[in-house]
Design a protein around this ligand. Structure first.
Ligand SMILES: C[S@@+](CC[C@H](N)C(=O)[O-])C[C@H]1O[C@@H](n2cnc3c(N)ncnc32)[C@H](O)[C@@H]1O
Length: 431
């Protein structure tokens, strides 16, 4: 080969080899890409990152920013593929595994997400995001599948999380839920005391501790507790309660209504107190001309709203609604809700006051309190038949039908209850 040809071939060779940028050039290029991304010029950022990765394919920060851009653009496949590429370069990096878990979770691949988060936890046992992600996914699965094993696994990860982040109260509440499910009552009580110390005396932890002690000192429900419980339970409420716990109260109320009112009667103004996700509306809908629902949990009400069965829905406490209410109802329902209120004298009076003469009031309570009204470790109240009868007589309701019946399952036992149908008798007007 002539010298001239040699020079040409070597210069061609130089042009073909990928130019290796020095670190400073890469850093500069990445900084520019970041600036474009932060200022909202995402397309420009993407081009810059792609250009950088052509010459520096191992630039993990660039790979991860590009992954983020694709993920934000809901291109989860590319997002995940890029994070996996980054993991190839840094296999011992727990954060990258967590990031993969997040992308897969957004893509709806919960199994893949859990696997990635487990891998992160294996690399770094105290990685908070990994502990948080694994425990949340396991808890959701435990609830869906009602699996004792999954509750136990979720609890293990939550215990680790709470040790690593001792001031995180929401996670402590989730852990308390696990202890309750597993019947670990001493652990639950200890945890509630810790939550009480963190949240102060108004915390629902104080209420639940009193419920566990069952000493009769608490006679009123705790609205914050109820709201938190049902906001958290709302998305699974219908399946968990009806399908898994055999909840029958709306159906029983429907049957009582059929038994005590002429067939096909349509009620003009119906009030559903503690309407939850609208199971009562589903059971009674055809018999209501208008139907108003009231509930303290906005998440429960959102689900009721989606069913489109209510004329009006209000997110507020029963007490607050009844105090301000100017409407009058010919049918009032309170299914599985008075058990969160405690003593009922004033609630019965308020309900009486918003009813039309001759109107009907149907409600359920849990049955079985020696002392009239009792707060149970479940956080719900139960009542004696005598107590309810005395309250109703004092207000002026007439009992039309009372049925003793199981309401739903709790663990392996039935929760026994009473369903009352009452009438507001027209006031006697003296001659
Ligand atoms: C067990 S759920 C029953 C829901 C519905 N009645 C049913 O039968 O499906 C109890 C509901 O009552 C609501 N609740 C409890 N106490 C309440 C109060 N004082 N004021 C308003 N809503 C309340 C809760 O938020 C929850 O949605």
């Amino acid at each position: 080969m002539s010298r001239k040809n040699q020079r040409r071939s070597s210069s061609r060779g130089r042009r073909q080899a990928s130019p290796k940028p020095d670190r400073r050039a890469s850093a500069l290029q990445f900084e520019k890409a970041q600036q474009s991304y932060v200022s909202g010029q995402v397309f420009k950022a993407k081009l810059r990152l792609q250009k950088l990765l052509r010459v520096a394919p191992e630039h993990v920060d660039a790979i991860m920013l590009l992954a983020r851009i694709h993920t934000e653009n809901t291109d989860y496949n590319r997002g995940a593929a890029l994070v996996r590429k980054a993991i190839e370069y840094r296999p011992k990096n727990a954060q990258l595994r967590v990031n993969l878990g997040e992308v897969l979770f957004q893509a709806g691949d919960r199994t893949g997400a859990l696997k990635a988060l487990y891998a992160a936890h294996e690399i770094d046992g105290s990685h908070l995001q990994a502990l948080e992600g694994v425990s949340s996914l396991l808890l959701a699965q435990a609830k869906e599948q009602q699996s004792a094993q999954l509750w136990g696994e979720a609890r293990c990860f939550l215990e680790q999380f709470c040790r690593a982040a001792p001031s995180n109260v929401p996670k402590r509440w989730r852990l308390a839920e696990c202890y309750e499910r597993e019947g670990k009552l001493d652990e639950r009580a200890q945890l509630l005391r810790e939550i009480l110390a963190l949240e102060g005396p108004d915390s629902s932890a104080a209420y639940l501790l009193a419920a566990m002690e069952n000493d009769g000192s608490v006679r009123e429900g705790h609205l914050g507790y109820v709201r938190d419980v049902f906001d958290a339970a709302a998305s699974q409420f219908d399946t968990a309660l009806v399908e898994e716990l055999g909840y029958v109260v709306p159906k029983k109320i429907h049957d009582q209504l059929d038994a005590i009112s002429p067939p096909g009667t349509v009620f003009q103004h119906v009030l559903d107190l503690g309407c939850g996700t609208g199971l009562v509306a589903e059971a009674l809908g055809a018999r209501c001309q208008t139907l108003v629902g009231v509930d303290i949990s906005s998440k429960m009400v959102e689900i009721a709203q989606d069913k489109g069965l209510y004329t009006d829905l209000f997110v507020e406490s029963i007490d607050h609604y009844l105090t301000r209410c100017e409407a009058r109802f010919d049918l009032v329902i309170a299914a599985d809700v008075l058990i969160y209120i405690g003593q009922l004298e004033s609630t019965f009076q308020q309900i009486f006051d918003v009813m039309e003469d001759g109107g009907l009031f149907i409600f359920s309570v849990e049955h079985g309190a020696d002392q009239g009204v009792e707060l149970n470790p479940s956080g719900r109240f139960s009542y004696s038949r005598d107590y309810i009868d005395q309250c109703l007589t004092a207000v002026g309701f007439r009992a039309v039908k009372v049925e003793a019946t199981p309401l739903r399952m709790e663990g392996s036992s039935e929760v026994s209850g009473l369903i009352f149908s009452l009438q507001k008798e027209p006031a006697c007007v003296p001659d």
